[in-house]
Design a protein around this ligand. Structure first.
Ligand code: FES
Length: 565
């Protein structure tokens, strides 16, 4: 009997007799048709997230074959295992509620099963952060492989891609400019291939950040899902995973304060999704690294926006890939990055970026000297309405609203919003500020992407395209507008957002990085004292765990007990 404790012999099932455990495991593994010789090889686990409820991962069977090919060619045994998969539009109330469940599943299955390294196959919004969180905590060598973005389609001569165009056409439909027939036509053309949303939404942002962190192979974030290069990247990822076998290069060595700061820079430069602030904070938190929103503002002041993709600009992810991809962005930012950080291939980031690329399409990836915006796409706001911070994607907002004071029009919940936003009798004007309460992480709806409050129909019909909107919710990475998000503490945990009443004045100042409720303290104290008691928490299951453990947006909405102590 071999005494080896690597490969299939890793972490034996406990029967009180180790040799018996190994004998039994080999026997059962052989029932799957593996030879004894194959079972002597190192094992590369593949966290596999294909699901009938995840359209973005529909090409994963083919991608999995390519990963396995790479693992086998490099001399190891590939064994895939299923985990929770999160298809963004198929989950109620919202996928964020289940990100931590997927992270727990990923962490525990990596740790409990016999694997020497793991490939993390993710893509749709929450899957990549969940896998990285789990992998950091699991402490095994890991490499990420992302799904890649969808291709665009055509509609009456123009390009369509999920999901900035989804919102654009829906806004036109609400304003009566697109009829029922056309919206149905558009519906069938928004998402036509496998892969993640076609713009710089949350999924593409997280793919870029996974590459910026050094957790993927270089140059792989933007390869379209259906491109042959994506399969070659999958094969190469399998090979790279085998090289990690026996290595001490675990994700917690790659993800540290310096690589997280690099990722924040990249997030700002690509005009990435607001959701990424939460996810990066959660990933960093697993490595014991705090993310400060004050530091985000400092970085934002000195990081230009370089990438001209929707929702901030014009292009789509397939253009980004053809333009040079994330590598071209990283090279532009080189002097702002920590180049000594280690990546999953064993090279430093500086070594990855040592070679210049032959071609960069400057209509999509701007040079540092001629950026799209001189400062970063995201800023954090503070003030008496958001003592622990809020986020504004200024690159996707209307700069005419950056210094704005207005009357609050308050919706106390998502139901209240749905019931009244289009009511012709709603007392609302274009310079009012729409406020949504009880949509944060501690609410029953678990912080959905509802912060992009629709413009009230009667204002939309008059041509109003943007208003200041404030909430404790999130916003889809594909959305745009002057939308203040992630107000922390949230209303459901007793934050001041819950004390706003219709008719109050609110002041937004991007220049001062502030969002303030212009109501005196004594009045707010009276409102707090009169506030209704919180609803009873869920009695069982994951909802109970969520309610007991969820942290605020400033701590990445992770569970308290999953953070390192
Ligand atoms: Fe999966 Fe957009 S729905 S990335």
């Amino acid at each position: 009997m071999s005494s080896s404790r690597a490969g299939i012999a890793n972490g034996l099932t406990d029967y009180g007799d180790r040799d018996f455990s190994l004998y039994l495991r080999r026997s059962f593994a052989q029932s799957m048709g593996y030879s004894r010789a194959m079972l002597e090889k190192p094992v590369v686990g593949i966290a596999y997230t294909a699901s009938g409820f995840n359209n973005c991962h529909r090409h994963f069977p083919e991608l999995l074959e390519a990963v396995k090919r790479g693992v086998l060619a490099a001399g190891a045994l590939p064994l895939e295992f299923p985990t929770v998969s999160l298809g963004e539009v198929f989950l109620n109330p919202t996928s964020l509620k289940f990100r931590n469940l997927m992270a727990m599943d990923t962490e525990e299955m990596i740790r409990a099963q016999p694997m020497d390294a793991v490939v993390l196959m993710g893509g749709c919004d929450k899957t990549v952060p969940a896998q990285l969180m789990g992998a950091v905590s699991a402490g095994r060598p890991a490499i990420a492989l992302v799904a890649g973005p969808m291709m665009t389609a055509r509609h009456r001569g123009e390009r369509l891609g999920a999901c900035t165009d989804c919102r654009r056409f829906w806004a036109q439909y609400r304003a009566g400019k697109v009829d029922d027939n056309e919206i149905q036509e558009v519906e069938s053309k928004l998402a036509t291939t496998a892969g993640t949303c076609a713009v710089m939404g949350t999924a593409s942002t997280m793919a870029c950040l996974a590459e910026a962190l050094g957790m993927t192979l270089p140059g792989t974030a933007a390869i379209p899902a259906v491109h042959a290069d994506r399969l070659r990247a999958a094969e190469a990822t399998g090979v790279a995973a085998v090289r990690l076998v026996g290595s001490a290069l675990t994700p917690d060595k790659i993800i540290n304060a310096r690589s997280i700061e690099n990722a924040l820079r990249v997030l700002l430069a690509i005009g990435g999704s607001t959701n990424a602030v939460i996810h990066l904070t959660a990933i960093a938190g697993r490595a014991g690294v705090p993310v400060s929103l004050q530091r985000l503002n400092e970085l934002s002041d000195t990081t230009p926006v370089l990438v001209n993709l929707k929702p901030v600009g014009n292009g789509y992810m397939e253009d980004f890939f053809a333009a040079g991809g994330l590598g071209a962005v990283l090279r532009e930012l080189k002097d702002l990055l920590h180049l000594d950080v280690m990546t999953v291939t064993g090279e430093t980031l500086g070594e990855r970026l040592a070679q210049d690329v032959a071609y960069v399409d400057r209509t999509i990836i701007a040079a540092r000297e001629t950026p799209l915006e001189p400062q970063g796409g995201l800023i954090a706001l503070f003030g008496n309405l958001a003592p622990k911070g809020a986020i504004l994607k200024r690159s996707a907002a209307d700069s005419r609203l950056f210094e704005h004071e207005g009357r609050a029009v308050v919706f106390s919940s998502l139901e209240d919003l749905a019931a009244r936003i289009d009511d012709p009798a709603l007392d609302v004007a274009a310079d009012d500020i729409l406020v949504l309460q009880n949509a944060g992480p501690h609410s029953a709806v678990a912080m959905p992407e509802a912060g992009y409050l629709p413009i009230p129909k009667k204002l939309a019909a008059r041509g109003v395209k943007d208003m200041v909107r404030v909430s404790d919710a999130r916003m889809s990475g594909t959305a745009f507008g002057t939308v203040v998000l992630h107000v922390t503490p949230d209303a459901a945990s007793g934050g001041p957002l819950g004390l706003v009443r219709s008719g109050d004045r609110i002041r937004l100042s991007v220049k001062e990085r502030r969002i303030d409720l212009l109501v005196d303290e004594a009045q707010l104290r009276r409102r707090a004292a009169a506030a209704a008691a919180a609803p009873a928490p869920p009695a069982r299951g994951y909802a109970k765990l969520y309610a007991e453990q969820i942290l605020g947006a400033d701590e990445g909405c992770d569970f308290a007990f999953l953070r390192p102590h």
